[in-house]
Design a protein around this ligand. Structure first.
Ligand SMILES: [Zn+2]
Length: 232
């Protein structure tokens, strides 16, 4: 009995020390952040290879759009059910991230942060239109101090812009990619944005995402298309 109590006391003390370490120390909090990201990634990896749950694989090629929609609604109901049981804490993001709509880019994986602590804007070819620029200014008004404008490798929008044979078929997309730089300059010259940058209250970074690894790299590497081609 005494031995049993001693084991329980030692276990209790170990749990208490671990809890104090995890919640009150810098290393402990860092460990929680990394372990949380790793566990979420584990979930992604568990789903990645399950081709039998792919829409196309499950129903071969004769799946109809309505069948896909029904499957999506079903999956959303499952996911929302889980979220209802574990509601999110309200967060006030400090970062706004602009990324292409390419499905391979996952902004949670990109940032290693699953808490939605980012405003995320996703557009075709990562191009800002007037409404996106206004939205980013609104984010800044709400406390954002860093805007990260990304492009990515193997971008279908850039490939379309680079292929003259496709220009007639996708004129708006091609123009958008060619105008991307101009749109960035227009964002930077908005008074509310420019003033904050000048005061050191806002930073705007342009980065290129390696689509396969989701590593952020400085813009200017291979595969950059249409950056200065608005005259084409
Ligand atoms: Zn893209």
């Amino acid at each position: 009995m005494r031995k049993w109590m001693r084991t329980l006391t030692i276990t209790g003390a170990a749990v208490a020390v671990s809890a104090i370490f995890l919640t009150t120390t810098t290393y402990g909090r860092s460990l929680q952040f990394v372990a949380g990201g790793a566990l979420v990634n584990l979930g992604y990896r568990m789903q990645d290879h399950l081709t039998s749950y792919d829409f196309a694989a499950e129903h071969a090629h004769d799946i109809t759009p309505e069948e896909i929609w029904e499957e999506l609604v079903l999956q959303n109901a499952k996911a929302a059910g889980v979220r209802r049981k574990f509601p999110r804490t309200a967060r006030h993001p400090l970062v706004a991230l602009v990324a292409c709509m390419d499905a391979r880019i996952d902004t949670n994986e990109l940032t290693g942060d699953t808490r939605k602590y980012y405003y995320v804007l996703r557009t075709a070819g990562s191009v800002l239109d007037d409404k996106e620029a206004e939205m980013l200014e609104l984010c800044v008004e709400n406390g954002v101090k860093l805007i990260v404008l990304t492009t990515h490798t193997e971008c279908a929008a850039e490939a379309t812009a680079a292929n003259k044979e496709l220009h007639a078929r996708y004129p708006a997309l091609v123009k958008a990619v060619f105008d991307r730089d101009l749109r960035v300059q227009q964002l930077l010259s908005r008074p509310a944005i420019a003033e904050r940058i000048a005061r050191g209250e806002l930073a705007v970074k342009r980065m290129n995402i390696d689509t396969m690894t989701e590593e952020l790299r400085p813009v200017g590497g291979e595969g950059q298309v249409g950056e200065q081609a608005s005259d084409k």
